[in-house]
Write a protein that binds this ligand. Structure first.
Ligand code: SF4
Length: 209
């Protein structure tokens, strides 16, 4: 998950997944990736983009994991608190709060809500993270708001909502089921004929996926 999330930075799921599969096919063990020839590693993961930087960060992260935990395995973090894991993983170059939060949520099953630029945009527009100017600030603000066991569904639903409805530059406000909850100033301009809907649909964001 740590490597997959580094590969996913600044690209789409399809490209990062292809790069991840190519990586796993080429190298049978993480130790082989850590020792890989940089040019060869770059070529293998090129579909993910920013291959030079990502290859460097992946090799560096694997080296850091080996040094801290004695092997190429993050198993020991299972015994640690969320804050400890966040602190230890973000100390690795190329691993930000979002990447560490993805490891906590998707690998360890913790109720931690990762915030990337898209989730940050949605939380801001919906008024969930008022005054938060960065994904890191939104991450801090959101953790206390996410109900137990709902971080995964909320994160996944927001990602999907951001791709299909509340897109970055052309949000479909006219047909948006969250229009009434939304605090986005431009929503009325984008939906001139809209009347208020009968009830809230915000609960849909917490539905299991
Ligand atoms: S009303 Fe528009 S800006 Fe607000 S959440 Fe819906 S699509 Fe996004």
């Amino acid at each position: 998950m740590l490597v997959a999330t580094i590969l996913s930075q600044n690209t789409n799921d399809r490209n990062s997944h292809r790069a991840y599969l190519a990586l796993r096919r080429k190298y049978l063990a993480w130790s082989s990736v850590a020792r890989a020839d940089p040019a060869g590693l770059r070529a293998v993961i090129r579909t993910a983009g920013m291959a030079t930087q990502k290859a460097r960060h992946i090799r560096g992260a694997l080296g850091a994991v080996r040094q801290r935990y004695g092997r190429f395995d993050l198993g020991p973090i299972r015994r640690k608190t969320n804050d400890q894991v966040l602190r230890e993983l973000t100390a690795i170059k190329g691993v930000g709060v979002k990447t560490a939060a993805c490891v906590l949520l998707f690998s360890l099953g913790r109720n931690v809500f990762p915030v990337d630029t898209h989730v940050h945009r949605l939380c801001t527009r919906l008024g969930l993270a008022r005054g938060c100017r960065t994904p890191e600030k939104t991450f801090e603000a959101m953790q206390a708001m996410v109900p137990p066991g709902r971080a995964h569904s909320l994160h996944t639903n927001l990602i999907r909502f951001g791709r299909t409805v509340c897109r970055p530059s052309d949000p479909a406000c006219d047909g948006c089921p969250l229009y009434d909850e939304c605090r986005y100033e431009g929503k009325a301009r984008r939906a001139p004929g809209r009347i208020r809907s009968a009830g809230s649909a915000a609960f849909m964001l917490l539905d299991n996926v």
